[in-house]
Design a protein around this ligand. Structure first.
Ligand code: AMP
Ligand code: GLY
Length: 432
């Protein structure tokens, strides 16, 4: 098979790495890809927002399957574009239609979907400029802290948690006034869920589903989960508190009703569903749906899939996922993200990265924000080109061993002002 993967981050590096191992694969292409991905795939220049460029690549390279990494192309209708084009409609496709992608593209839509299908989630009220008084009354009726969410995509910044009612009311006005542009012309006000978070990943053909390994990510920039939110500073899989009885509740109360909900609501959904969950005293509640894999969770999920992912994706895209069985590596995978000093605020780019060749063979490097620069002597240097530069991942029998291994390997890589958190996974040791 010829496969085209869409995207360029650490998540796509991990998907490319895993797909490249499949016996079903002839050629793997990635648009636009990154320097790390080029060791397992052929990068194709182009912006995935430009659907015509995706179309040209698919036809020129005889692509049999498209796998979409990020949410934007899906929310913008790439799947529908394929379905409506006579030369693309038979290409296998991993990613939902625009209607399905609204689960991530509109928090209000996701909330309505959950209430319609009895899926446990925080109580909420959706506020627009026409019902601000009711919105503030809803806030006043809740205990602090207060959770305000921009309805639309806001580059991961649209959720605000405020300690005082006064600040929450002011923030509501600011959001409705355009703090996140059109994305916050509607605001979902939500009850605060007190618990510990995890990410659950499902592959579905719209009828059956396959549970992938779960993971926990670390969003804050500072150790002890302090400081600003980032795109993710590290991740761990499996999650020790997600034991069999908790995961059974997740499947019975959330995963199955979600997949059945797609069919009942006429949502054409082939692809990944990422369910962000809060474990509140042993009961799971949905915080959010995403219509893609997580980043940096994919960097620990892929190394734990022992079976052929491409075979599972092909079966999903062909509507016969029920025939497939996933095999999971029981070891722990632990990823730490090397980032540019200053991230998630301003940071420099273009620093040469040293030590990439000294990393052990059983450690995996997933590039996220790197590019290649030609040195004066004609050789190529890998340099930083983003805030999150690369994930270093290892697998080991236990979480402490995986942490020790990953931290040993990450210490071999350096660039000017490199930063990483030293405590990834340490909060989970009490559950072991
Ligand atoms: P989201 O962008 O929906 O992933 O939200 C960002 C983060 O805000 C989540 O990962 C949670 O840590 C937190 N969060 C969102 N909704 C709630 C809630 N209802 N209660 C507590 N924390 C929440
Ligand atoms: N790790 C969270 C996300 O990918 O949205």
């Amino acid at each position: 098979m010829n496969v085209l993967l869409i995207g360029s981050g650490g998540r796509e590096s991990a998907l490319a790495w895993k797909i490249s191992k499949s016996e079903l694969l002839d050629n793997l292409y990635c648009m636009p890809g990154n320097p790390g991905i080029s060791s397992v795939a052929t990068n194709i220049c182009g912006d995935p927002k430009d659907f015509a460029a995706v179309r040209t690549a698919v036809l020129e390279k005889n692509v049999d399957m498209v796998v979409v990494g990020p949410e934007d192309p899906l929310v913008n209708g790439l799947r529908d574009f394929f379905a409506n084009d006579s030369s693309l409609k038979d290409v296998l496709f991993i990613g939902p239609s625009a209607k399905g992608a609204r689960l991530e593209g509109s928090k209000d839509f996701a909330k309505d979907f959950m209430s319609a299908h009895g899926i446990p989630t925080a109580r909420h009220f959706t506020c627009t400029s026409s019902n601000v008084v009711e919105g503030k009354a809803f806030l006043a009726g809740m205990k602090p802290p207060y959770v305000l969410k921009a309805d639309g995509l806001a580059a991961g910044k649209g959720v605000l948690i405020m300690d005082s009612l006064d600040d929450a009311c002011k923030m509501l006005d600011e959001m409705l006034g355009g703090k996140f542009g059109n994305a916050s012309s509607r605001v979902v006000i939500e009850e605060y869920l007190d618990g510990i978070e995890l990410s659950v990943f499902v592959l579905t053909d719209g009828k059956s589903y396959m549970l992938l390994p779960e993971a926990k990510d670390y969003k804050r920039v500072g150790e002890g989960d302090k400081g600003l939110n980032t795109g993710g500073m590290g991740s761990v899989s499996p999650v020790p508190f997600a034991d069999a009885s908790f995961m059974k509740k997740v499947e019975d109360r959330i995963v199955r009703p979600t997949i059945e909900g797609f069919a009942k609501d006429g949502i054409d959904y082939t692809g990944f569903v990422f369910i962000g969950l809060m474990n509140c005293g042993g009961d799971p509640y949905v915080i959010e749906y995403n219509v893609r894999m997580g980043d940096p969770e994919t960097e620990v999920v892929m190394p734990r899939i022992a079976s052929d992912l491409l075979a599972h994706l092909k079966a999903a895209a062909e509507g016969r996922l029920a025939e497939e069985k996933i095999e999971i590596d029981g070891r722990t995978a632990l990823a730490v993200m090397l980032v540019s000093g200053g991230y998630p605020e301003s940071y420099a780019k273009g620093h040469e990265i040293d030590g990439l060749d000294s990393v052990s063979e059983d450690a995996i490097l997933f590039h996220a924000g790197t590019s290649v620069r030609r040195r004066e002597d004609g050789s190529d240097a890998v340099v930083t080109s983003g805030g999150r530069v690369m994930a270093v991942v290892t697998l080991a029998d236990t979480l402490p061993e995986a942490a020790e291994k990953t931290y040993r390997e990450i210490g071999k890589i350096s660039f000017q002002d490199a930063y990483f958190r030293h405590d990834i996974g340490s909060d989970l040791r009490k559950y072991l």
